[in-house]
Write a protein that binds this ligand. Sequence first.
Ligand SMILES: Cc1cc2nc3c(=O)[nH]c(=O)nc-3n(C[C@H](O)[C@H](O)[C@H](O)COP(=O)(O)OP(=O)(O)OC[C@H]3O[C@@H](n4cnc5c(N)ncnc54)[C@H](O)[C@@H]3O)c2cc1C
Length: 497
Amino acid sequence: MPSVLSQRRKPVSPNHVSELRQLLHDTSAELRTSTDVDYDRSVARWSKAAVKPAGLVVVPTTTEEVSIVVKYAAEENLDVAVKGGGHSTAGASSTDGGLLFDLDKMRTVRVDSDKKLFIVGGGANWGDVDQAAAPYNLATVGGTVADTGVGGLTLGGGYGWLSGLYGLSIDILIQCTVVLANGDVVTASEQNNADLFWALRGAGQNFGVATEFIFQAFDVSPDVYAGLLLFEPTPHNIQRVTEAVNRTYAINSAGQIKVAGRGTGGMGFMRPPGLDAAMIAVPIIYFGTAEQGQAVYRDFFDLDPKISTMSMVPYAEINKFLAPPYGLRASMKGAAFTLPLRPAFVQKLFEEYQKFGDGNDDAQGSILLWELLDTRKVTELDAGSFANRGTHGNVLICPIWTKPENDAAYREWARHINEKFKKELADHSGEEVGPAVEVTTIRGRKKATQFYGNYDHYDEKSKDIFGDNYEKLQALKTRYDPGNVFNKLFSISPLAN
Ligand SMILES: Cc1cc2nc3c(=O)[nH]c(=O)nc-3n(C[C@H](O)[C@H](O)[C@H](O)COP(=O)(O)OP(=O)(O)OC[C@H]3O[C@@H](n4cnc5c(N)ncnc54)[C@H](O)[C@@H]3O)c2cc1C
């Protein structure tokens, strides 16, 4: 396969491989080239469309090993990519011919139950955290799907089931150990290297390889009321489910929300396996008893769902039940919305979704989801360089397919749907809102786009994602990564000397 490296970066040569072997000789780090058995596992991604052929894979086991290799790669001007959980559908953790860090052997999770802390390796995924935390009935704000990486999700913000109560993953991140472009190992927190800590929380992929995270942990009851409701997508049901969403999740004129931080989930469209037809899907996670959950979500139950899987389930299980399989082709494209949703818009989007899948065998697994939560905590906090906070919610436009020849067309569909959301925001956001709700337009309070940077974006640039924070990020980038070694996701240009 031909290499399409950035002009300024060099591909990995056989000479680099042998020099790195020498440098890592006395360590436990593993090097993998395309002829090695585990190479394919290292370059595999959640979306096959994001796979690229790395010139060399380094699988470190310690921060010191990462440091040796980062320093060497920067000096040699190699193209560098870092893989945590491999979920970026934008290809941000892949390199075509360059050097790839696969952090798969840095997945330890330690629980300090006295201090209520999780100490998490840079390559762990959220399933690793759930498993370690479950015996202590502790949890933190992590991803909603177990095999998503802690690294990428946290460094770009991090929404989870507990965001309604505690904010984003970056809001409860206490410390991060990172290997900088010059190989220095730095611990960043509010107390130490506070400016770097600010940058890491939102734009972290641009500043180094994070080898350890320390998160605040919270008590959770062992079981949570959770499941999925499915409704026939008749216009009548679309109208009524949309109204139920508005009643349950919109902030009212007194600044209150019915779910009160404890209820979260979404509303959207999918074709559930076995049903062979598009349905309205309403996933619900409620941190409380079944009786309490049934009362809060009564509007939905009263609509008589065709299928309900609601029950009390162990906390760790809720990160498994909305998990599309690893290894298909997908684009997880983002968009944004404000409440109240207009039923006519939801109906229109359903028609688009149905048209995309009908008679199209390769699009059946695709999902369109309005993610729903109590946004007040996320809005109230302001940790880090993350610039997309607001009372808006995220939309997941997720075509999922298998045939490479569909790559361009299916991404185009996602772009087309994203345009619909942009227009809806521009034309209708801010309608019927009470005084407690800020009016959200396409640009938010920091003049950043409302789109979540951890989702796939084709048109947005770094300044769109970081808004007013971009200039400060540039200054910090100049200090911490002047050669822009870490440049794969919403790259921040260092300032010229
Ligand atoms: C099925 C699925 C579910 C998702 N659910 C959620 C969700 O609930 N909440 C949410 O907020 N987002 C969610 N996302 C989006 C998710 O935040 C991004 O895809 C994120 O990039 C995933 O991180 P990762 O480590 O798995 O990805 P990777 O592809 O490994 O990495 C993504 C980016 O992060 C960098 N990176 C990863 N680890 C490190 C590290 N240790 N040090 C430095 N850089 C690193 C990579 O270099 C790359 O730039 C989901 C995505 C998918 C596909």
